[in-house]
Design a binder for this molecule. Structure first.
Ligand code: SAM
Length: 318
């Protein structure tokens, strides 16, 4: 039916994100030796604005993630919701920054594809083996469970299914927990994303939530972005939360989170150290500064915390 088709289109966005990331990595925006094992090289060059946008996105999320790991001294769990082909597990392992356990959740068909790649490529499977001890390593077509890393197939629109599966894979609700949704909530209705946020806030005592998605979608540029996505049959059920930074923040505060922040990607970009700006602006000539700014003003990072253990999570910022 058409609901299945809409879900299929949403799953297609996973491919897009990783193809773009792989391309930006090949130009030198950031290092990721693992993304090549998950997606093909892009057939055509991506525009410099797009590459810089992905740089800001990847930098923004990893900046907040690393701040959380530092506050918790890696005595925590990370749950990436709608992770697609994300490679953060391997990059954190290389940097000796693995949390106690790293979880990923996505639709079962995406998970099956990810696990197939892991199984067939030693540079992906070896680090998982290395970080594992004991006997219970499980890798079948639909899930992976090791000491430090789990990949779980589930629909994020059902919190009870999500919680049940995470618990089966030894999620510990007492540990400080970071949840990440990178370009995921916009595909759910506002009710569905609200219930996911509420579930997270009520399940963990000490937690942080990081969300990346579109913002300022009510203006002309935003409307064009929406039309482009709809042309690819993507159902942007959650786009009304993307009207403003205020509505992004409000959603977090209304669903059980104690502190919340939201900034657009231009702000994230401006927070970069001068040396990073110099390096990445030297990678490719960019003619249309204005287009880059427009684009960056239409994506945002929002983050929220609740801090029963007084770790100082509310001070995490750019
Ligand atoms: N977070 C990854 C990244 O940024 O590279 C992938 C982003 S991709 C745009 C959106 C991902 O969310 C897809 O992998 C899709 O399958 C997943 N997703 C969307 N809605 C979902 C749902 N209801 N349940 C599980 N996964 C979902």
């Amino acid at each position: 039916g058409s609901a299945d088709e809409a879900d299929e289109a949403v799953r297609g966005t996973c491919e897009d994100a990783s193809v773009c990331k792989r391309f930006a990595v090949s130009v030198g925006y950031w290092k990721d030796p693992y993304i090549q094992y998950f997606v093909r090289q892009a057939k055509e060059r991506k525009a410099p604005e797009i590459n810089r946008g992905y740089y800001a996105r990847v930098h923004g999320i990893s900046h907040l993630l690393k701040a959380f790991l530092k506050k918790t001294e890696c005595n925590c769990q990370v749950i990436n919701l709608g992770a697609g082909m994300d490679t953060m597990f391997w990059r954190l392992k290389d940097e000796n920054l693995l949390p106690r356990k790293y979880f990923e959740v996505d639709f079962p068909t995406i998970v099956t594809r990810k696990i197939y790649n892991i199984k067939s490529k030693p540079p992906l499977s070896k680090p998982i083996m290395e970080s594992h001890s004991g006997e219970s390593l499980l890798i079948d077509a639909h899930s992976l469970d090791s000491c430090r890393y789990s990949i779980i197939g589930a629909d994020l629109r059902s919190s009870s299914e999500l919680e049940e599966k995470l618990k089966k894979f030894n999620m510990d609700t007492q540990l400080p927990t970071l949840l990440i949704t990178e370009c995921v909530l916009v595909y759910m209705t506002p009710q569905q994303s609200a219930s996911l946020l509420k579930w997270a806030a009520s399940t963990f005592q000490t937690a942080m939530f990081i969300n990346y998605e579109q913002v300022n979608m009510a203006d002309r540029f935003g409307q064009i972005m929406i039309e482009n996505l709809q042309r690819r049959q993507c159902n942007l059920a959650g786009v009304e939360v993307c009207w403003s930074l205020e509505s992004q923040k409000e959603r977090l505060l209304l669903n059980g989170w104690e502190t919340a922040n939201a900034i657009d990607m231009m702000k994230v970009y401006s927070s970069l150290p001068q040396a990073d700006v110099k390096r990445i602006e030297g990678l490719e000539f960019l003619d249309e500064k204005e287009l880059l700014e427009q684009l960056m003003q239409h994506y945002c990072i929002s983050w929220a915390s609740k801090d029963s253990s007084n770790l100082g999570l509310e001070t995490i910022t750019f």
